[in-house]
Design a protein around this ligand. Structure first.
Ligand code: SF4
Ligand code: SF4
Length: 333
């Protein structure tokens, strides 16, 4: 495994410290941000390692591509900063490990990778996904989830195995449904110099190109978007979502907690049992959604959907997954 591409000198001489001054969870001013980031650059303990909500936002905020979150995740682990108690840590380590060799049921063709979510399988249907096979499960799981718990070594240790397993599909192309999987192959692999020997595409790029060839009925809806944490690693894909919305006649209503100020759905804090953080995040986010004037809340991450859908409904809004919204636009729903 290669080393993280991180340049401490960039942080020691930074002119912005925006990786921390823009963080909406921690509220650091320039001087305090500088002080803490210098410690992190030097590999020393910083209170930010404890306070961090693991929203990955700083990866997006750093204008210099210096991987501030991955750096923090490395230090959280090497300096023993606990983001989860020992018992849950052991259980989590086991939960997504694999036994035995991965033998694909089908080799060759087109695949949609749906991460670990069995419920997404029924969404891969209709004209949008004609001719695609679905792949999911622990053998092809990217393990990026461990970044929320100060366990980045698990992602690194399992990376080669995951990539080799997916390579066995001999696919013509793999559409990655979950942002987190795409972030692994795009952001994480690039940050650690890992080669990915197959073609992969983000769901939004796939959907946009597919919709351009189809008859689309503008939906005329006002929506708010729940931008998930992993999308912070791959912010270019958020622009593709805007293009999809434009194509299918959707207005993405401006609100406080979207785009660079997106809030985590709170799912990581269910497992780490930090109910205080969970409540604060969800309350701010749901009130903001409810006050936006939108009728729908659009999700891409299945985990955000599972975590927030019922609470969104309780606010009088309709939760919907992006790909289902696209199916509406081609008259399938
Ligand atoms: S991570 Fe980026 S923005 Fe933050 S201090 Fe380093 S160079 Fe500056
Ligand atoms: S990961 Fe999120 S909460 Fe943590 S320092 Fe970066 S922006 Fe702030």
């Amino acid at each position: 495994m290669s080393e993280l591409k991180f340049n401490p000198d960039l942080c020691l001489n930074c002119s912005t410290y925006s990786c921390l001054t823009k963080c909406i969870n921690l509220n650091y001013d320039f001087e305090s941000a500088r002080e803490e980031r210098v410690k992190i650059a030097l590999g020393e303990y910083s209170k930010v390692l404890e306070e961090c909500y693991t929203c990955y936002g700083c990866e997006e905020y750093c204008e210099f591509g210096n991987h501030p979150f991955y750096r923090m995740a490395e230090l959280q682990e090497s300096l023993g900063v606990k983001k989860i108690d020992d018992e849950n840590r052991r259980a989590l380590l086991q939960r997504y490990d694999v036994e035995g060799e991965f033998i694909p049921k089908k080799v060759g063709g087109k695949f949609v990778h749906i991460c670990l979510f069995p419920e997404v399988k029924e969404l891969i249907r209709g004209g949008l996904f004609e001719g695609f096979e679905v792949i999911r499960g622990r053998h092809v799981f990217c393990n990026m989830l461990y970044l929320h718990y100060g366990m980045i070594s698990v992602v690194k240790d399992r990376a080669e195995r995951t990539i080799k397993n997916l390579q066995k599909l001999g696919a013509d192309g793999i559409v990655l449904y979950h942002d987190e999987c795409y972030a692994f192959y795009k952001s994480f692999a690039e940050a650690y110099g890992i080669k990915v020997p197959f073609k992969f595409v983000h769901l939004f790029d796939y959907l946009y190109n597919r919709l351009k060839d189809m008859e689309v009925k503008p939906l005329g809806l006002k929506v708010v978007y729940q931008r998930n944490c992993s999308n912070r690693f791959i912010p270019e894909t958020d622009k593709t979502l805007d293009k999809i919305f434009e194509l299918i006649g959707i207005e993405r209503v401006d609100r406080e907690y979207d785009r660079e100020r997106a809030l985590c759905c709170g799912a990581p804090f269910v497992l780490s049992k930090e109910s205080g953080k969970l409540e604060v995040l969800q309350k701010k986010n749901l009130n903001d959604m409810a006050n936006s004037g939108a009728t729908h809340v659009v999700f891409n991450c299945p985990m955000c959907y599972t975590t927030l859908a019922e609470r969104v409904k309780a606010k009088g809004l309709t939760p919907i997954i992006v790909s289902e919204l696209c199916r509406m636009a081609i008259g399938e729903l």
